[in-house]
Every structure is written in structure tokens, then in C-alpha cells.
Design a protein around this ligand. Sequence first.
Ligand SMILES: Nc1ncnc2c1ncn2[C@@H]1O[C@H](COP(=O)(O)OP(=O)(O)OP(=O)(O)O)[C@@H](O)[C@H]1O
Length: 314
Amino acid sequence: MSDVMYAGEPALEAHGLGMRYRRGWALRDCTFRLPAGRVCGLVGPNGAGKTTLLNIAAHVLKPTQGSLSLFGEAPGSVESGRRTAFLAQEKPLFRRFTVAETLRLGRELNPGWDQRAAEDIVRAGNVPFHAKIGTLSGGQRTRVAVALAFGKRPDLLLLDEPMSDLDPVVRHELMGTLLAEAGERGTTVVMSTHVLAELENVCDFLVVVSGGGVRLAGDVDDLMTVHTLITGVREGEGLPAALGYHTLVEARTSGRQFTALVRPEGPVTGPWEVAAPSMEELLLAYLRSPDAPPLITPTAQVQGQASGTGTVAA
Ligand SMILES: Nc1ncnc2c1ncn2[C@@H]1O[C@H](COP(=O)(O)OP(=O)(O)OP(=O)(O)O)[C@@H](O)[C@H]1O
């Protein structure tokens, strides 16, 4: 872990962040913080603004409104550039370079380069060092891109759907490497993905974006604690009135049965089954209900963020 990192320092902080393309706003009024050392799942439907957010953090895009900082610095600064690695969806590598030349470039560009870590990742996939990037399969190219990102030994690793073209075995192996790395070095990871099952047992922090806004952000433990899944028998139209007392995230009915994900505002009493949701159930409920009241737990709130400005204290 970097010696300039200290406990409680946010790895990433967004203040009123907005990005407008010619077609309209992709992100609007996003305010949240990600404490250092967390492995954060960034989740949202297609077009939600995840890539836009990661591109702003990686200094590929400049926001139209608001600001984003990495370890207290602007994304374009030398210090944040040194401490951050970005694995983009399209993996921009030089096709004419060999794998060895690609790693050499990584070594030349990055003062803290770890050749061994990078080579180990390439070797584990039996990718020939003398092969040209342009001749590799999509998954092999992803492996080289992962090696480049890891070789940099970043404090913050930004991953935009990193594993989408990998076979399940490789995916599992590289996720394991990623977690071991994050665990050993305290690397902060932000990983966007649509594979919700992949996040369970990997992430300890979640950010859900939808329609360009942050809908849910916080430590997984806190988020799980404040949500309850209720199932029961429907008596008439809609949900039982007694459940109206709680904050409703999503309600679904199937025949005479209803299921509701709520943020209880007190004890949940009644002839219903009450259970803790799985991470996948929690995420699906927010993805299906973009109009659910947002929740930014205290660890994810920036200093002075009022709970009335699109956020709710846990
Ligand atoms: N260069 C661009 N010019 C115009 N509009 C853009 C551009 N890039 C993204 N957008 C729009 O901004 C919105 C957010 O896109 P973004 O790629 O950030 O979403 P995403 O959450 O990463 O989606 P996906 O899950 O499909 O990858 C979308 O409506 C998209 O069409």
C-alpha cells in the first residue's frame, strides 16, 4: 500500500458530477465517495453511465459539471496517474507489438513497475511472449491488458467489464489473482459488470447507477443490513397496507403471492416471511426499480452531503 495512503482517505470522490454528450446527460448530480481499500462493484443497466464514470476517473473524459477526485487529486494529475490503472472495455494495445514489447513499454512508462507480476499473469495463460498482440484471441489480449494493469502496481484499479470475453475458468483465475492482489496490497478496485453473481464474495462495496444517477452506494454489509425481503399471500390489490410504513424498493406479485424488498423503518410484523436478501436479489430489485428512493450509506457520503439531496442515511 502506498505510504501516502491513510485510513479513511477516499480513493474516489464525486461531487455533483455530470457529463453531457450531444444527445443529452449521461450522468447527472452524482455525489458519493469510495473509501480506499474497498473492492467496489459498479452496477447498472445498459446506458446507465458506468463507462462514462470510469472514463472520467481515468481522465479519458472531462466532466461537464462537478468534480471527481482520486486520493484527493484531479484525475489528470501526475500523482493520480501514477496511482491509477484503467482496464477499458476495448483494451487499446498496439497490435504490432509483441507481448514482451508491450510489457517492456509498461516497464518504461511506470516507475513502480513489477515485471514479475505482469509476466506471471501472461505465463499463467500460456500466451507466448513473442506473439504479436494482433494475432492473439480476444481473451488472450484481455490477459495481456490485465498484466499491464497489474504490473503498474496501482493503488486504484478501474475495470470496465474486464472479464466479458474470458472463458469461465480464466475468469475465475483472474478474479482470484485480482482479489489476492487487492487483499495483499490494499488496492482499491472499481469493477463494472453485468454478471451480478460474480460480485458476490468479491465486492465489499457497491455503487448502482441508473439513468445517470447514483441509486445505491455503500458497504455491502451496511446495505444488506438495512434491506429485508418480505414474501406473503396477497389479500387484495396492491401490497398490504401495513407494509406502507416501510420504504419500498420493489414489489412483485405472482398469482396470490407477493415479494417485496423494503428498507424497514421499524419491526416488520405480520403474517409474512421475512428474510435477508442475497446480493443478487438486492441488486436486481434496484435495477428493476429505477424510481426507488436512492440510498447512500454514511460511509459512501461525502462530507457535508445532506441526506435530503437524493441520499438517505442508513
Ligand atoms: N461518445 C458519446 N457520445 C454520445 N453519447 C454517448 C457517448 N458515450 C456514451 N453516450 C451515452 O451516454 C449514456 C451512458 O453511456 P455509458 O457507456 O456510460 O453507459 P454504460 O452504463 O457503461 O452502458 P453499458 O452497460 O451498455 O456498457 C448512454 O445513453 C450512451 O448512449
